[in-house]
Design a protein around this ligand. Structure first.
Ligand code: PHE
Length: 347
């Protein structure tokens, strides 16, 4: 036999091993038969390694080529065998190897939610909507005229001081309350006016458990012919009952704001102890929820309304404080820090 024949024989042998082995592997219906096929063709004394021992008699210059063919056959068989092992496993135990593993713990989905202060603002707006109020907005950077002067607060008045303002460029500041939105709305619209203006306000306050230098307010304003203190009280009572519950009592305490006359602080019976006295209400049984009053005629004059014809009431409340009360949040800073663990509770 010439050396060429040796090589030619080896190639034929490898080819017939390949064909036979593939058939045996594909036809194996259980692990045992498959293992037998593996031993027969790929085992240490199997047909393939026996055929490979014939490589030695192949001439040196043809050996690389013959070796390559042999390796290809070996790889094809090994890959096919692995695939068949998996196939059989899937066929024989489908619940273990196919589809998702139902015993794994679920992956948590991140659900977004409404911030508790936003939730309170929305609820306040919804309740006043029932009384005919719509939402209004104004800029956070205000003129000192809108923030103070038009509201009957002269710039050298202690009230301007009290607010301890962040002043910007000449005549501009970060609004210290949402009351300048009253001014903007009245300058744009003729009565009747019924608006709520939620928004951020800024004061040079410390940042501690009960203060923040930036916080939300909700402003309310109603102006029409014939609005009197009784209508004002009725509106506030309606809101308090709807928001805090029908058994909540309301108390008006005389107060002072330059833009309302008379002015009142509105207290509600403590929603935590129901008036018997606790830490939240400092043992008084009452909690202050807003500043308010009948619109001062000086404000009507500033915006060009006829103070002889129109009357109205205004109020301003802090929804962060109300959220703290309602959800028993002990520190206002929790509302302004992006602590997902905390905020998730409200999602
Ligand atoms: N603007 C006042 C404040 O920030 C609250 C207020 C609004 C009082 C409207 C009366 C009427 O303290």
């Amino acid at each position: 036999m010439s050396s060429k024949d040796e090589h030619g024989n080896l190639r034929e042998t490898l080819e017939s091993i390949r064909v036979e082995a593939l058939e045996a592997i594909q036809e194996a219906e259980d692990a045992e038969t498959l293992e037998k096929a593996r031993v027969r063709f790929l085992g240490r004394n199997g047909l393939l390694s026996r055929a490979l021992s014939g490589l030695r008699s192949v001439p040196a210059e043809e050996r690389p080529e013959a070796g390559k063919t042999a390796n290809q056959v070996k790889q094809t068989l090994e890959t096919t065998l692995e695939l068949r092992v998996d196939e059989l496993a899937a066929l024989l135990a489908p619940e273990e190897s196919a589809g998702p593993d139902l015993t794994l713990p679920g992956r948590r989905q991140w659900r977004g939610g409404v911030h508790p202060v936003t939730a309170v603002i929305d609820e306040i707006c919804e309740i006043f909507k029932e009384l005919g109020f719509t939402r209004a907005a104004g800029p956070e950077v205000e003129t000192d005229w809108h923030n103070f002067t038009a509201l009957n607060i002269p710039l050298d008045h202690p009230a301007a001081d009290m607010h301890d303002t962040f002043y910007l460029d000449e005549g501009l500041l970060l609004r210290t309350h949402t009351s300048p939105v009253q001014v903007r709305v009245m300058m744009e619209h003729e009565p009747p006016v019924r608006i709520l203006a939620p928004g951020m306000v800024f004061r040079r306050d410390p940042y501690d458990a009960s203060h923040a230098p930036a916080f939300e307010q909700v402003e309310g304003l109603a102006v029409d012919e014939g609005i009197d203190f009784i209508e004002f009280r009725a509106a506030i009572d309606y809101f308090v009952h709807r928001f805090f519950g029908p058994s909540t009592r309301t108390r008006f305490r005389p107060s002072y704001f330059p833009f309302t006359e008379p002015s009142a602080e509105v207290d509600v019976s403590c929603i935590i102890c129901e008036g018997s006295g606790c830490a939240a209400c400092k043992r008084t049984g009452w909690i202050e929820i807003m500043g308010s009053g009948m619109v001062n005629p000086a404000v009507f004059e500033a915006v060009g309304y006829d103070p002889e014809r129109y009357t109205g009431y205004a109020f301003g409340m802090g929804p962060a404080r109300i959220a703290m009360l309602r959800y028993r949040i002990p520190d206002i800073r929790l509302l302004y820090e992006a602590d997902v663990g905390f905020l998730e509770q409200f999602a």
